[in-house]
Each structure stands twice: as C-alpha cells, then as structure tokens.
Design a protein around this ligand. Structure first.
Ligand SMILES: Nc1ncnc2c1ncn2[C@@H]1O[C@H](COP(=O)(O)OP(=O)(O)OP(=O)(O)O)[C@@H](O)[C@H]1O
Ligand SMILES: [Mg+2]
Length: 341
C-alpha cells in the first residue's frame, strides 16, 4: 500500500500538519512545558501554551522552533514525534513528508530538520522553501515565467521572495514578525502605565484591536496584569491608536525590507510584481492595516491571501504531488521541492 503522504509547516508559533486528500488536520502552538528538575515533558501544544506565564519555578515553557529554525533539537524532535504518532494512531501511515523550511537557513540547520523528522520513522523527506510554499498556498501558479512577490509574516520570521518558474529569484528573511509586535506591546504598556502584562495578554490585545495603520474606529481592549512597582493586580484600557504607536516601528522595518527587495528585483520581474501586486501570507498578515501600510509605502497594490496563516502548510501540501518527480529525478520537470533526503 502506498500510504498517505503528509506536509509539515514547522512554524515558530504554530506547527501545522497537512494530510494528503484531507488538508490541514492539525494546528498546535509550537510550545512545550518541561519540568526543569527532571527534564520531563509535562505538556505540549495547546496545553503548554496555556501554561505560558502561569508556571511555577519548576517548569519552563519552551518554544523549540524559535526564529524559524530548530533551537532545541531534542525538544523539537519530541514535539514532532508526539504529533506524528497521534496521526499514526488515527491510522494514517505516512511514508513521505514535505517539510517547509525558511530559505535563509544553513545546511546544518536544514540537517537538523531532516534528522528530527526522520527519527520519527518517516521514509522520505522533501524540503520546500517557505516562500515557494506560501505562494502555492496563496493560489499563485509558480510554474509560469511570471514574477510574484510573496511576503510571509509569521510569528518569529518574515520571509519574502520574488518567485518565478518554481524558483526564487531573490529572497530576504528577518526576525521581525508577530512575536516582535507582542514584545513591543508589552514594553509600551509597561512604559506608559507601569503595567506588566504577559506575552499571551499582549498577543490577545494585538489580535483584538492591533493595527499598523490608522483605523476609522478607535477600539479598546482591557489589558490585565500587575503594577510594576507594587506588584498588585492592575488593568488598563488600551486603544487601537496606542497599539499603532507600539507596533509601527517593527512594521516599518518590514516595509523597508520589502522596499529593498523590490530595489534588487530584476526589471522584468519587477514589472510583473507591479502588475499583480504583493501577496501577504502568514498569521501576521491579519494585522489590521498592514496591507494599506505596505501599499502606501511601496505604491504597489497588496493582497492578503485567504487564510494567510495556512498558506505555507497548504502550499507544502500541494507540493506532495511533486515528490514522485523528485524521486525519479526528472530534473526536466519544474519542481517546487528544493531537496530530497
Ligand atoms: N488576527 C490576527 N492579528 C494579528 N496577528 C495575528 C492574528 N492572527 C494570528 N496572528 C499572529 O500570527 C503569528 C502566527 O502566524 P503563523 O502561524 O503564520 O506563524 P508561524 O508560521 O508559526 O511562524 P514563522 O513562519 O515565523 O515560523 C502569531 O504571532 C500571531 O500572533
Ligand atoms: Mg510560517
């Protein structure tokens, strides 16, 4: 029996697993809770995410995939193994896996991803570069000799690339993304209100009322935490205008990187990008006003992909059908997969 192939998006914030013919079947925060004394894993995924900021001194909540690469190999391996096993137990046999990787990672980092997954009993691992997967997931036909600029703004990294003929013409990656916005909100609220809030509260506020371009309506969110001086519980009503103030700097860093990428794009592809506009993917593409901000600054139209947070996983899933070509080494075929192990 051939079995069912799967695709994995090992994101810094969330891990998504796509099963052939089914689509995305699993979305879990890329978080583990560990007992410091015994090194034992106490919780994974959603359960561990809920423990952020609520742990005792004995437990640590760890993100094994920080900044787009595996930062804690052992824990990343445990994490992947746990969820693949869960799929196994639901009778999905997965001989082959497509994994998305940031295009800026080193051979050693690539190897770490491959090793972590192969240790879970997978027969074949194919790699796809994240912007290529994001473009495919956003519905771009990357087999055409036509350039598209895709910007994936995730949790830990923002990756952007001009893609044409299943290949990356130019790409750039930076560690400014969703978590940077959360950090900026924490700092802003502390500075302005002497109020200490956790990263989960900051993310909640960002999702509820965050924006990076002035909005018609001012919205309010009650941020709860404790006073930085007295340590007592405290809250503050934060407005969307304040969120803009807190987040505009990192948002502009991303805009500037897009401008630089455009400046180094070959002229023919640049004309294509002008014509089609920029495509935004990744969870942070949901941030209100990001499309307007980028469009105003670059003078190019911007489209937020449908379900932007799922584009990479859906694109990697679409690339499953190229595994056979890759295995048969038909190099004449334009292939979005970049390597096979
Ligand atoms: N509605 C929303 N508004 C603003 N930000 C959002 C919204 N929904 C999700 N996010 C942010 O999107 C980020 C997660 O996006 P995504 O799932 O694309 O990241 P990832 O793939 O895990 O990370 P990376 O690609 O950087 O490794 C988080 O920082 C989250 O706070
Ligand atoms: Mg991602």
């Amino acid at each position: 029996m051939a079995g069912t192939d799967i695709a994995i998006d090992l994101g810094t914030s969330t891990v998504k697993i796509y099963v052939e013919k089914k689509g995305i079947v699993l979305i879990e925060p890329a978080v583990l809770a560990v007992d410091i004394a015994t090194d034992r894993i106490i919780a994974l995924g959603e359960e561990a995410y809920k423990m952020i900021g609520r742990t005792s001194e004995r437990t640590a909540v760890i993100r094994p995939m920080s900044n787009g690469v595996i930062s804690d190999f052992g824990l990343a391996q445990e994490f992947i193994r746990y969820y693949l096993k869960k799929l196994h137990s639901s009778r999905v046999f997965m001989p082959r896996v497509v994994v998305s990787i940031p295009c800026s990672i080193t051979e050693v980092e690539k190897r770490a991803v491959v090793d972590a997954i192969s240790s879970t009993g997978v027969r074949k691992i194919c790699l796809i570069e994240e912007p290529v997967a994001a473009a495919m997931g956003a519905g771009v036909d990357i087999s055409k000799p036509h350039g598209s600029l895709v910007v994936d703004i995730g949790g830990g990294t923002t990756d952007m690339a001009v893609i044409s003929l299943s290949d990356i013409a130019i790409s750039s990656s930076m560690q400014v993304a969703g978590r940077t916005f959360d950090d900026m909100i924490v700092k802003y609220i502390r500075r302005k209100y002497n109020l200490l809030i956790g990263e989960r509260m900051a993310e909640e506020a960002k999702i509820a009322i965050g924006c990076v371009y002035p909005q018609k309506e001012t919205r309010v969110f009650r941020a709860k935490g404790r006073n930085a001086l007295t340590g007592l519980p405290q809250w503050a009503d934060i407005t969307s205008d304040e969120m803009l103030e807190a987040m505009i700097e990192p948002a502009m860093q991303i805009v500037r990187r897009i401008q630089e990428t455009l400046e180094s794009t070959p002229p023919e592809l640049m004309a294509d990008v002008y014509e089609d506009g920029i495509i935004l993917t990744g969870g942070s593409a949901h941030l209100a006003g990001f499309d307007t901000l980028i469009s105003k600054k670059t003078k190019i139209s911007v489209r937020v992909a449908e379900e932007p947070e799922n584009c990479v996983a859906n694109g990697a899933g679409k690339a499953i059908r190229y595994i056979d070509d890759m295995e048969n080494k038909e190099y004449g075929v334009l292939n979005p997969l970049s390597a096979v192990y």
